[in-house]
Design a protein around this ligand. Structure first.
Ligand SMILES: Nc1ncnc2c1ncn2[C@@H]1O[C@H](COP(=O)(O)OP(=O)(O)OP(=O)(O)O)[C@@H](O)[C@H]1O
Length: 629
């Protein structure tokens, strides 16, 4: 079979993977960390303290990179979660009640660990509740809720007698690990950086997995992600909890480094600063968190020194200058500094792709229904938008082994109907059945689970991710490993299978040469084919294609038609919404015509072509008339 897409995209040159550099990024990281370890004992005390803070802030910023840069959500309340971690351990370690009850039982050395546990439990509960009530509501609710949370917790810390009020709590003991007392910045600093790097490794693994793709898909919009089988609300909540737990871990280490806690470091301003760190560093990049934390910590430090000397008086000038600098940086480097740094060093630093050598494990397979089985059935579907009836008593079916085209002039109600039969919206009246099941208000992911694959009228791909990753997302629900398994790299066999399946579908659609390029670098017509490959990776029984031929050249359309014929022969039921009459007439087995929301004709292409009502109503207008002729 010829390839649906053969021409090179115009923007390909700009989208080539990073050039080969002289040194590998991994080697450079190892050398930098080894150097830091070698000089650690000789660094001045002040430098060590600053590095400890950078490590602690990086941990919080890592959570925000995941939440904001990767998942597309915003939180101003991370400082409050840091406060929970710090105050929980401070209270457990210093309260006579807790210390005598728990310390007597488990020994005083266990108190910091119990403090950590308490911090995690409180954070988990609060973040889960906050997440549950806000993340389902899109837009500003989560940021506003985190501001309210950040403000209220700050005042709570300051007003609780048992937490020391505004004075705070002192006398927090140092952590002891294997008999080693981590009482100096130099010793606890090693733990801070080890924990931060470990967290980064786990998050890196998570992002490089099926679950990571699902997390990234949140940024592609709820409709797309749900259509791939991703439970978006659940992933949002989990991401919010993960970021909050990282902040709590940072707060725990902070309390045992400072040995003292008070409300000031956990106020809303600091919450905003954490967000700055993630965004300035490069919100979509884990190393961006470290870069952002380092730049902002050092910048504030220097401004505090330089400005009073320069201006001859103290007056919090550093806050004003800091704010202005942040605006400038964000205006100049909208994606953050890490991607810019990567671009500038592309000729020097080589970033090798991760090679996955695990043996693929078989993915879930669906037994396709026999040819002629009704896959999808819409019965008397009515959809009203206020007074407007967009679909009026529409009934139609899709059978296994057929191509059914839905056509109609602009505004006829095709997209509205497409939304009804794919779970994006539900009918005002009437019923949709998929695989014999009445769907009611079921979400798109339920449609995907039952065997429905779809593409979008306006292409919905993750433009910065590779074609391979985009297509692998389509196979999401055919595998099962969760977040922990992904973080610990226990998903490699499954991941190898998902990537192999994605590559197979990409090659089948004729895009093999583009698999490793960013999806956004392909021409629009090619991106539509990527969406088909993504739908096929889910091994659907019914395939809904929204204007698949739009933007394709003549030969590419022919190749696409060949692919769809082959899929039909394999037993898939394909519903095509399409404006290109030549494409439809040559391909479809049955055609349903909509006008003003009503079905005006159903039949074989030859019947539709001579149907007077269709000719009057639909083919009466300019371009389409020419196409039909
Ligand atoms: N969410 C909505 N709220 C109100 N009206 C809507 C909504 N969605 C669609 N409509 C209206 O319903 C009618 C049918 O629109 P629809 O997009 O389904 O048509 P279409 O056949 O897909 O058109 P096109 O070929 O241009 O995509 C139009 O009058 C449109 O303005």
């Amino acid at each position: 079979m010829s390839s649906p897409v053969s021409s090179r995209p115009a923007s390909l040159a700009a989208a080539q993977p990073v050039r080969q550099g002289l040194v590998s990024a991994r080697l450079l990281t190892v050398i930098a960390l080894a150097l830091l370890a070698a000089v650690w004992s000789f660094l001045p005390d002040f430098t060590v303290v600053v590095l400890c803070y950078i490590g602690l802030y990086s941990m919080v910023a890592l959570g925000l990179v995941m939440l904001t840069g990767v998942g597309g959500m915003t939180s101003f309340g991370q400082a409050a979660f840091v406060g929970v971690g710090a105050y929980a351990t401070a209270w457990v370690c210093t309260s006579p009640l807790a210390a005598s009850a728990l310390g007597g039982l488990l020994g005083t050395q266990a108190l910091p660990w119990l403090g950590l546990l308490l911090g995690f439990v409180i954070t988990f509960a609060v973040a889960w509740v906050l997440g549950s009530v806000t993340v389902k509501l899109q837009g500003h609710y989560l940021p506003l809720c985190t501001i309210a949370w950040g403000l209220s917790l700050y005042y709570l810390f300051g007003n609780m007698e048992f937490l020391g009020g505004q004075t705070g709590l002192t006398g927090i003991p140092a952590i002891k690990i294997a008999g080693l007392d981590l009482s100096s910045s130099r010793t606890i600093g090693v733990v801070i950086w080890a924990v931060m790097l470990q967290a980064m490794w786990l998050l890196h693994n998570l992002l490089d997995s099926r679950e990571g793709r699902a997390i990234r898909s949140l940024k592609g919009g709820q409709i797309m992600a749900e259509s791939m089988g991703v439970n978006t609300a659940r992933y949002r909540i989990k991401l919010f909890v993960l970021a909050a737990l990282l902040a709590t871990l940072s707060g725990w280490l902070y309390a045992h480094m400072q040995r003292f806690v008070s409300p000031a470091p956990f106020n809303l301003n600091i919450g905003i600063e954490y967000l700055f760190m993630a965004v300035v560093g490069g919100a979509g990049h884990l190393w961006g968190a470290v870069l952002g934390a380092a730049i902002i910590t050092l910048l504030k430090e220097k401004l505090q020194d330089i400005l009073p000397a320069l201006l001859g008086s103290n007056g919090n000038f550093e806050t004003i200058v800091f704010g202005l600098l942040m605006v400038l940086v964000l205006q100049r480097f909208a994606e953050g500094l890490w991607p810019t740094l990567q671009r500038l060093t592309a000729g020097l630093i080589h970033r090798p792709e991760n090679k996955l050598r695990a043996e693929p494990r078989p993915l879930d397979r669906r037994v396709l229904p026999a040819a002629g089985t009704v896959l999808l059935q819409a019965e008397h579907v009515i959809k009203r938008f206020g007074g407007l009836v967009a679909n009026n008593n529409v009934s139609m079916s899709l059978k296994a082994g057929e191509v059914h085209a839905l056509i109609g002039p602009n505004g006829a109600g095709k997209s509205t109907f497409f939304n009804m039969i794919s779970g994006v919206d539900s009918p005002t009246e009437g019923e949709v059945q998929l695989m014999g099941q009445v769907m009611g208000d079921a979400p798109s992911r339920r449609f995907a689970a039952l065997g429905l694959g779809r593409t979008f009228q306006h292409v919905r791909l993750l433009g910065q991710r590779s074609v391979l990753e985009n297509v692998a997302l389509g196979a999401h629900r055919r595998a099962h490993k969760g977040w922990i398994a992904s973080m610990l790299r226990l998903d490699r066999h499954e991941e190898a299978a998902l990537l192999a399946e994605a590559r197979k579908q990409i090659e089948r659609c004729g895009l093999g040469a583009y698999a490793d390029l960013p999806a956004a670098s392909l021409a629009l017509g090619q991106q539509r084919i990527v969406e088909i490959a993504r739908a096929l990776a889910g091994q659907p029984a019914a395939l809904l294609l929204d204007e698949p031929a739009a933007g394709l050249r003549h030969l590419e359309k022919q190749a696409l038609a060949d692919l769809l014929r082959q899929l039909r022969a394999e037993g898939l039921g394909i519903l095509v919404v399409e404006h290109d009459m030549e494409f439809v007439m040559n391909l479809a087995d049955r055609i349903t015509v909509l006008e003003f929301g009503c079905v005006i004709a159903t039949g074989k292409p030859a019947e539709i072509q001579v149907n007077q009502r269709v000719l009057d109503a639909y083919l009466g207008g300019g371009d389409d008339e020419e196409a039909a002729a």
